[in-house]
Ligand binder design. Structure first.
Ligand SMILES: [Zn+2]
Length: 339
């Protein structure tokens, strides 16, 4: 488990957390919000450990006391983690918190409730949570984590100290991969460029877990141009197996077309995100017009936004994939004119 001071990037957010710890003035409810995979979860766990540590230094956890070891191994009796059971956080889960709140902590320190994906609370659960936050018990801290704070009740938001985590820069991601994970600089730059500001995704690339998925999503761009309409629908169905997979596919496709655009405009492979695919990008870029690529990127971004606000994932992907497929069908009717 990381110390707060070890967290890569997010200097301002970490500073706020450390300052509250060092001064002992910790809000009773704190929301860590920001895009998926930027490090909110890591920060939330490190913050919880620092809150429970029996001999903190400058606010941060010592890492060696009994409490720190218990948090690191997931065995601290006053540290509760609540996360969606299935697709949502149910009212029973929040009632369970409510029941625990009035009691003294087992070990004499604070009680910490960490709520992952807080936006997944059902309306009933959120109202129950609100009541719990309205009567803040002493020595109890709620840490809410959310990728979509806009989906939380405004009344919950107003009761939390809100700390925002921004997407990380490519430079910060490279620094993290090289210094903490020992990734070679050249590979780190590739993974950081593909990660779209997310340390979680950069780490997945570094572990080799995502490159094949990236290749699959990139191959879609060519496949949709050449395939039949039923096959395009079939590919939409496969890509919409989960929301996470669909969003990854869209991010990766956007990244791919961005590279085609950059190569068309700059004529240089030095600016590519998919730097290991320079040969293919050179060939593919010649098959499109700049305006066509811009329109495709816009359609991908629009589809992504629809899915993020809970549109039907499969229908949104079908509309996009059929649109991309129809572009190339029109292209063939026009005797191979560029898309
Ligand atoms: Zn400690």
């Amino acid at each position: 488990m990381k110390y707060l001071k070890e967290i890569v990037g997010h200097k301002q957010s970490v500073k706020i957390l450390l300052r509250s710890l060092a001064s002992g003035r910790v809000a009773h409810a704190i929301l860590l919000a920001g895009p998926e995979g930027v490090g909110k979860e890591t920060a939330a766990l490190s913050f919880a450990r620092a809150l429970l540590c029996s001999s903190p230094a400058d606010g941060d956890a010592c890492g060696v006391c009994r409490e720190c070891r218990q948090v690191s191994s997931g065995n601290h009796p006053d540290f509760y983690i609540v996360e969606p059971a299935g697709s949502s956080i149910k009212i029973e889960q929040i009632r369970d918190i409510q029941r625990k709140v009035p009691y003294l902590s087992y070990q004499g320190g604070r009680k910490i409730f960490l709520i992952r994906q807080a936006e997944a609370m059902t309306a009933e659960a959120a109202n129950c949570m609100l009541k719990t936050l309205e009567e803040p018990p002493r020595d109890t801290v709620f840490i809410l984590v959310s990728d979509r704070p806009q989906a939380l009740l405004p009344t919950i938001l107003s009761r939390c100290q809100q700390i925002y985590f921004k997407s990380m820069t490519v430079k910060e991601l490279v620094q993290g991969l090289v210094s903490l994970e020992g990734v070679a600089e050249k590979e780190a730059l590739l993974y950081a460029s593909l990660a779209g500001g997310s340390m979680g995704r950069a780490l997945s690339y570094a572990s080799g877990a995502l490159l094949a998925d990236r290749d699959g999503a990139n191959a879609l761009a060519q496949a949709l141009r050449d395939c039949s309409l039923p096959e395009a629908m079939d590919r939409a169905e496969k890509a919409s197996e989960s929301k996470v997979k669909a969003l990854f596919t869209l991010d990766t496709l956007a990244c791919w077309y961005r590279d085609l655009l950059v190569y068309r405009e700059a004529g240089d492979t030095g600016f590519l995100f998919n730097s290991d695919q320079a040969g293919l990008i050179k060939t593919e870029a010649g098959r499109y017009k700049t305006t066509g690529i811009l329109e495709i990127i816009e359609e991908i971004e629009l589809t992504k936004r629809k899915i993020e606000v809970n549109a039907n994932t499969r229908m949104a992907l079908e509309a996009l994939f059929l649109g991309l497929n129809a572009r190339s069908a029109g292209d063939q009717r026009n005797n191979g004119k560029k898309i």
